[in-house]
Design a protein around this ligand. Structure first.
Ligand code: ZN
Length: 241
């Protein structure tokens, strides 16, 4: 059983009626419903909860954390960001969605500005699978499309991904590295681009399939905790007393 926590700042849904109509249960609710199934145990957490819903207890009980944020990145406390960062280095999986590219946690893990080009004109987005053997691409065709999305364009100021799973093409002409994997410490990180709040992207079956696949990919596979620091030799070292 993979223990998943879906975190959402849950701000747009409360400020904008149109967005609330698209996501009556919040973006976190749509994602939770969309990836629910055998093998996953899902909880949600939001910004306004004490400790943003990410207490030590919750994080210690989380295998994969999914992150959606946009307007309120600056309102996420540094203490919680450090706590999530520490958990990733110890092996928790992290899936950062869409405007989470500018979240404190993603920028801290990447070490770059994570800036990009953007446009809100309802471009069609076509996501090409460029690593068909990757587990995150399981069950997809050569590409899938989202009828209307916000455009994100290169250059995307991230470190070169360990693996690039998707490249997006947009109707207006831009391209974007839209599915990027990273290893950080013992943990795995996946950035996945789609999910602007004014479009019903988190009901798209291919988008949900990618998030489900990413949950499986990012979940820690084994319980070995690495140890660091001064180490005793495993066998006698010749020449030493
Ligand atoms: Zn957006």
């Amino acid at each position: 059983m993979i223990r998943v926590t879906v975190w959402n700042e849950n701000v747009h849904e409360k400020l904008n009626e149109k967005i609330a109509a698209i996501y009556p249960k919040g973006i976190h609710g749509a994602i939770s419903d969309g990836i629910a199934g055998e093998g996953v145990q899902i909880r949600t957490a939001t910004l306004e909860q004490p400790e943003h819903g990410l207490t030590e207890e919750v994080l210690n009980d989380t295998d994969v954390l999914i992150w959606w944020g946009h307007r309120a990145h600056k309102d996420v406390s540094d203490e919680i960001v450090n706590r999530v960062h520490d958990r990733v280095l110890k092996g928790m999986g992290l899936i950062v969605l869409h405007s989470g590219h500018f979240s404190k946690i993603f920028k801290k893990l990447m070490g770059t500005s994570c800036d990009l080009k953007w446009r809100e004109q309802g471009d069609k987005e076509r996501l090409w699978v460029v690593d068909p053997a990757h587990p995150i691409a399981e069950g997809l065709g050569q590409y899938f499309e989202i009828e209307h999305e916000e455009m994100y364009g290169e250059h995307f100021d991230i470190p070169a991904p360990d693996e690039l799973v998707f490249i997006s093409w947009f109707e207006g002409g831009e391209v974007f590295r839209s599915g990027c994997t990273y290893h950080r410490g013992n943990g795995k990180v996946f950035y996945f681009r789609p999910g602007h709040e004014t479009y019903p992207t988190y009901y798209n079956k291919d988008v949900l399939r990618v998030i489900s696949n990413a949950v499986n990919w990012a979940a820690p596979r084994h319980g070995i905790r690495q140890t660091y620091g001064n180490a005793k030799p495993l066998e006698p070292i010749k020449g030493q007393q």
